[in-house]
Write a protein that binds this ligand. Structure first.
Ligand code: SF4
Ligand code: SF4
Ligand code: FES
Length: 571
């Protein structure tokens, strides 16, 4: 039901049941917010969004108060502006003021609000919180003095990720955000997904950077520097650099990486193609085994850690195949030759995922103490590296990537959206069974929205049943279905809602719709590209046909597998 309210002495239309903020936004009136997150129940914690409502003594929080028919609202009266400015000043009163050195400099909501509120002097002085930087996690850095206690991170961790790894700790001015018992991050149940980083408005939570390490290796003359990047990275990088993505951007990126000083540039997508191929084989060969249980995909490293900690009962079903990053890393470290002049091969992986920083350091991903992937960078870090080395992406010539991982299929890009690995595996199974392609409407059910999706696809008379958990809120359903005897052939679990398109190393999408748009880009690209599956990729053919023969551990596929075990954590 629609009704009229008065805002700033003008009539606007409002919908029954919506908040004041929603009515204002729909009518082109912007109100600053801090603790509010789209699609979450408002808490009214920060009071940044206050407005004046005639007849009410106190200012009203627009994000949580429902709009009512009789309302007369002032959104920018002197009283409202003063109140908002005071809130910002109070937040700044104990803030460290080290903006120039902060990870979020020029990209900080507090900085922006302070500018919008015209804060030009420190009027309120609070005692500064002692700077404490928790760098113990391989993926996430926590800077306690920059926390403004908006609570966004802990809500995402609890309500979306379901890990509940962080909470408010302490009281009064000593309140801060951290893991249970105020331990450091590496002693916590954090699964390194980075979803909290995407929502933190300040530099209180950010990904751990490894750019100095990369720069150091780039300056050495005795190192062969190899970089690989995930299929989504060029698209995401274009967004981060503020340029329009086009089909040649991937090849421009290859040129840029070589200009920076990388000797070899590989596509992690070739590793994804290997993963899809191996998963398809595993699903087909498991069909006739007695007591068959679902094979659960282990391509999301945050999910793997979650499973080890919270659902160890599912570990026996977890595929032992490594992630595309680690499969590619194992291939690189096996086939890129160390020479007399360059005795060391240094590998960098660029991904949309913060959890891969943790994954690369797992003991099971190393050989003789040396990791297959030395350093993992997020898209944001790569953008900084390109800017640091002064590469003008609009003024360089495109170049191909290097053999033996110069090409990828569109299925590997599909894998960056939740459900994409399963869809790609089903497509390959259909082709392997002699069909022209998999039953399109059936596999496309996996692209629907919702946290739990199922599909049944028949190829050459055999029906395969699959499930996809898109964000861990759907995990309970999968567990229940398995307990109830559902005989899935394959189940995919992705921690970040939407999949890697919404990974912790990406630019924050800001809404479910924006995440969906990224997935749509992937699906459109899949429609347009010619090489649809691993079976059509010349790189996959060369890898299986001759490259793996160079190394017995690649030939017998031992290097593609790893192991997982139950992990005890402090809750
Ligand atoms: S990285 Fe993920 S699991 Fe860890 S605290 Fe943040 S949201 Fe929670
Ligand atoms: S760490 Fe960031 S998101 Fe979490 S409460 Fe502090 S400021 Fe808010
Ligand atoms: S944004 Fe409304 S109270 Fe925080």
């Amino acid at each position: 039901m629609q009704f009229t309210i008065e805002v700033n002495n003008k009539s606007i239309k409002a919908e029954k049941g919506e908040t004041i903020l929603s009515a204002l936004n729909r009518n082109g009136i912007k109100i600053p917010t801090l603790c509010r997150m789209a699609e979450f129940t408002p808490t009214g914690a920060c009071r940044m969004c206050v407005v004046e409502v005639e007849g009410r003594d106190r200012l009203v929080t627009a994000c949580s108060a429902p709009v009512e028919e009789w309302m007369k609202i002032q959104t920018h009266s002197p009283r409202v502006i003063r109140a908002r400015k005071t809130i910002v000043e109070l937040l700044l009163s104990n803030h460290p003021d080290d903006c120039l050195y902060c990870d979020r400099n020029l990209d900080c909501e507090l900085q922006r609000l302070s500018d919008e509120m015209q804060v030009r002097e420190r009027r309120i002085r609070g005692s500064k919180i002692k700077p404490r930087r928790d760098q113990s996690s391989p993926a996430i850095v926590r800077e306690l003095s920059k926390c403004i206690l908006c609570g966004r991170c802990l809500r995402v961790c609890e309500e979306v990720v379901t890990a509940t790894s962080i909470d408010f700790i302490g009281r009064g001015r000593y309140t801060h955000v951290g893991p249970a018992m105020d331990r450091d991050f590496n002693f916590s149940s954090c699964i390194h997904c980075g979803q909290c980083v995407l929502v933190c408005p300040t530099g209180a939570l950010h990904e751990k950077h490894y750019l100095s390490e990369v720069q150091e290796q780039l300056s050495k003359s005795d190192v062969t520097r190899v970089i690989q990047y995930s299929p989504l990275v060029p698209y995401a990088l274009a967004g981060e650099l503020g340029v329009k993505y086009h089909r040649d951007f991937d090849r421009l990126m290859n040129a840029a990486l070589r200009k920076i000083g990388f000797d070899r540039v590989f596509l992690s997508g070739a590793g994804t193609d290997i993963l899809i191929t191996e998963l398809a084989d595993a699903v087909i060969s498991a069909r006739d085994k007695p007591g068959r249980k679902p094979l659960i995909v282990s391509a999301c490293p945050a999910w793997v850690k979650y499973c080890e900690q919270f659902t160890p009962g599912l570990l026996p079903m977890l595929s032992t195949l490594k992630t595309p990053q680690q499969i590619s890393g194992a291939i690189i470290k096996s086939v890129v030759p160390a020479t007399v002049y360059k005795p060391r091969v240094y590998t960098v992986s660029v991904t949309p995922c913060t959890a891969m920083k943790f994954e690369a350091r797992r003991d099971s991903m190393t050989r003789k103490g040396i990791s297959d992937i030395d350093t993992v960078l997020t898209v944001r870090e790569l953008a900084r590296l390109i800017v640091l080395y002064g590469i003008d992406m609009s003024n360089i010539d495109p170049e191909p990537a290097d053999e033996p991982m110069a090409l990828r299929s569109s299925a590997s890009l599909l894998a960056e959206a939740a459900g994409g690995i399963t869809e790609s595996v089903l497509r390959l199974i259909a082709v392997m069974a002699g069909e022209k392609e998999a039953d399109r409407p059936a596999v496309k059910k996996l692209r629907n929205s919702g946290t739990f999706r199922e599909a049944m696809v028949t190829a050459a008379g055999v029906t395969y049943t699959v499930a996809v958990v898109d964000g861990l809120k759907g995990l309970e359903k999968l567990e229940k279905m398995i307990e109830g005897g559902a005989d899935y052939d394959l189940a995919e679990v992705m921690v970040c809602p939407g999949g890697c398109v919404n990974g912790g190393g990406m630019v924050p999408a800001g809404s479910k719709e924006a995440v969906r748009q990224r997935s749509k880009f992937i699906w459109q690209t899949d429609d347009q590209e010619a090489v649809k599956g691993p079976e059509q990729s010349a790189s996959v053919e060369a890898l299986y046909g001759k490259v793996f023969d160079q190394c017995s551990e690649l030939a017998d596929k031992k290097l593609f597998h790893t192991n997982f075990s139950k992990r005890d954590v402090l809750l």
